[in-house]
Design a protein around this ligand. Structure first.
Ligand code: KG4
Ligand code: ZN
Length: 349
């Protein structure tokens, strides 16, 4: 079964074709970054408008790159939650129209569950765009979902069955990278920029403390507002002092603390649940310090999707969509989009 996957929950306008939930035939990702960069953050209205302008061409390209025509598509999968409401509605409406016009099934899926599905996709080694074959994780495993809007540590028992163990109590991990980069004028989006700068910096140059959330109810939770403010407050001192430290040192020190916060909660969850496999997903899962720390863990098997499947993409949507369809499920045409998913909400102490 060839499923067209459509993803427009944030600032990537993406479409892909995946066969039988595993084999990626095409994966087109058009980023809106240059349009949001002047504001150092995603502007929801701009995002919705760009999706409206691009969705037809992106979908057409995905079908053509797969070597298919619209008549070869058997079903459509689309993200309808969580994300920016206007952006979600563009993809959802387009997917419904496509399915209705072709008289094929469509399925609306959860974006965060789709990130956890990404390592189940098989890449075609002969296709140089997706050269990395992936290890498929067995259920149950521990999921680490880290993006611009979410930070979730969960137990995954199946592709559609997760138990949230911990979340952020304030900002998301990616949001902290983006905000720090914004205040220091490092560039946008902050995660990739800070990651690159940190390679030339001294992570011990500045000491930022970890939040005291390691006990009781918050053992698997994280917090980023304290770190974000501490790093931003450092800016004035940093500018005045003209000391030996560089922008790269700030980037490396912030990155180390931000990732150590995640690792502490994750290792607590691994220890308490006894789960030895970790699957990471979302934009922050591309972070090189996070990847190197996790790959050094001899007692844990850590699975990361290749970089082009870490961020938002249509292949993970088509892949997880197939699993629902194979179970005989599909969505009614009156289903709508939702900005939030209850279980993924921030916790307030
Ligand atoms: O999953 P994603 O592409 O979109 C959302 O659903 O939010 O994640 C985007 C987030 C941004 O905050 C971006 O700064 C962050 O992922 N990010 C990174 C890296 N690459 C992207 N954060 C840390 N290190 C990276 N290498
Ligand atoms: Zn995402």
């Amino acid at each position: 079964m060839k499923v067209l996957g459509i993803e427009t929950s944030c600032d990537e306008c993406a479409a892909a074709v995946v066969e039988d939930g595993e084999k990626i035939l095409s994966n087109i990702i058009m980023t809106q970054i240059p349009f949001h960069a002047p504001w150092s953050g995603v502007v929801p209205e701009i995002a919705s408008r760009k999706h409206i302008e691009w969705i037809y061409a992106v979908t057409k390209e995905a079908i053509e790159k797969a070597g298919l025509t619209v008549c070869d598509i058997d079903a459509v999968a689309v993200t309808n939650r969580p994300g920016l409401l206007g952006s979600l509605l563009v993809g959802l409406t387009f997917a419904k129209a496509f399915a209705w016009a072709r008289n094929i099934l469509y399925i609306a899926v959860d974006h965060m569950l789709a990130h956890l599905y990404a390592p189940r996709l098989m890449t075609d080694i002969s296709n140089s765009q997706f050269p990395v074959p992936m290890q498929k994780p067995d259920y149950p495993f521990l999921g680490l979902l880290v993006s611009g809007g979410h930070t979730i540590i969960c137990k995954a028992d199946n592709f559609d069955d997760i138990t949230v163990l911990g979340t952020t109590i304030d900002d998301a991990a990616g949001e902290a990278f983006d905000k720090v980069a914004k205040y220091y004028n490092f560039g946008y989006p902050g995660g990739a920029v800070i990651d690159k700068m940190a390679r030339d910096g001294d992570s011990g140059a500045f000491h930022f403390t970890l939040p005291s959330l390691h006990k009781g109810d918050h053992r698997y939770d994280v917090s980023y507002s304290g770190l974000k403010n501490a790093v931003i407050n450092q800016l004035d001192l940093f500018k005045k002092k003209k000391g030996p430290h560089t922008n790269e040192d700030i980037a490396a020190s912030f990155q180390k603390t931000a990732i150590d916060i995640l690792l502490r909660a994750l290792f607590n969850a691994a220890e308490d649940t006894g789960l030895g496999t970790i699957v990471a997903g979302g934009g922050v899962a591309a972070n090189s310090y996070l990847r190197s720390c996790l790959s050094e863990q001899s007692r844990l098997r850590c699975i990361f999707p290749p970089l082009d499947l870490c961020g938002d993409n249509g292949a993970m949507i088509a892949g997880i969509g197939y699993q629902y369809l194979a179970r005989g499920e599909s969505s009614p045409f009156n289903i709508t989009a939702s900005a939030r998913v209850n279980g993924f909400k921030k916790k307030y102490p």
